[in-house]
Ligand binder design. Structure first.
Ligand SMILES: C[S@@+](CC[C@H](N)C(=O)[O-])C[C@H]1O[C@@H](n2cnc3c(N)ncnc32)[C@H](O)[C@@H]1O
Length: 306
């Protein structure tokens, strides 16, 4: 008998725990919940690709008492962390282990279907988005927090010099777009979601940008600096590109010319060299938050079993 292959996210709890705080200030989430979405009555919320329950842990304290949270994920390990995190809280939460690309059967509808950093990892994100919308009650909302990688890369500023020396956007854009063409997975999905929402028949579609700019200040306290530096490293900021030959070959395989691949190696090496715990860095991830309302017209395809 062959051992079942481990799911890639099972080992990524530390990365998720250390990086989530880079994206939103607490007051911005409160602003969205209370002022923009006006969620003033208890809601039933379902979080697709919930991981360790990050979004539930952030949103439930802002939602009216009596709100419920259902988290679905393929990672048994992350769901174990989620159950631990919710234990001892008064929140009504349940967790379902399932592969969203397979047959998932839900037996009720929800007021909110949400996801955070899920759709970029799926080879057919629009299908999953449609299935999410299909399990929302009429008048309820779909809310997706997803990245727009190329916009996020424009949000890097190391020191006071020209950002293009360490983050050449043209080549990165080519790499991200090539990645989507080869795999269907789209790191730039954040800014495409408004169009996908509209195509699926969602109404009142809007998109916001996450507010947080992380500033690694050489004059801040040692502990604060170390924590942010560590989170940024986990996020992949200023990561050493590794062995030159392998790195360049990898980029040639992904369609870059030799000149572009070598220049990219140099840029990443320089970034890693410059990015130190005591050097200034500003980083604005610019997550995109797209939301829309489900109307009376049923959306094709759903996770519902009725
Ligand atoms: C980047 S993590 C985000 C987790 C969580 N939403 C957060 O932001 O902390 C992506 C999550 O999607 C889940 N995921 C990816 N593909 C999935 C699939 N096909 N079915 C179920 N979960 C999936 C992973 O297990 C992982 O927990």
């Amino acid at each position: 008998m062959t051992a079942e292959k481990k799911w890639v996210w099972d080992d990524r709890y530390d990365y998720l725990r250390d990086t989530r705080d880079l994206y939103y200030n607490e007051d911005y989430l409160e602003f969205l919940v209370r002022i923009v979405w006006k969620l003033d009555r208890p809601v039933d919320m379902i979080d697709f690709g919930c991981g360790y329950g990050y979004l539930g842990l952030k949103l439930l304290p802002l939602l009216p008492e009596g709100s419920t949270y259902t988290g679905i994920d393929r990672s048994g390990e992350l769901l174990k962390r989620a159950r631990d995190a919710f234990q001892g809280t008064s929140y009504r939460a349940e967790f379902v282990e399932a592969d969203l690309e397979g047959e998932v059967e839900l037996d009720r509808r929800y007021d909110l279907a949400v996801c955070h950093a899920l759709l970029l990892h799926l080879p057919d994100p629009v299908r999953t988005l449609g299935r999410m919308a299909g399990c929302v009650r009429e008048g309820g909302r779909v809310i997706c927090f997803e990245p727009h990688w190329i916009g996020g890369m424009a949000g890097h500023q190391s020191g006071e010099g020209d950002a293009s020396e360490v983050v050449p956007l043209g080549v990165l854009q080519k790499l991200y777009e090539d990645g989507r063409q080869r795999t269907g997975r789209d790191g730039n999905i954040g800014l495409k979601l408004p169009a996908y929402f509209s195509r699926l028949g969602l109404r009142s579609v809007e998109c916001r940008v996450s507010d947080k700019v992380n500033f690694l200040d050489p004059r801040s306290g040692e502990r604060e600096r170390q924590e942010l530096f560590h989170a940024l490293k986990q996020e992949g900021v200023g990561t050493m590109p590794g062995e030159r030959g392998d790195f360049v070959q990898g980029l040639l395989d992904r369609g870059l010319s030799l000149r572009e691949a070598e220049a990219q190696y140099e840029a990443e090496r320089l970034y890693a060299e410059r990015f130190q715990v005591d050097s200034p860095l500003a980083y604005a991830p610019g997550m995109k938050i797209t939301f829309g309302t489900v109307g009376p017209q049923r959306i094709e395809g759903s996770f519902l079993k009725f």
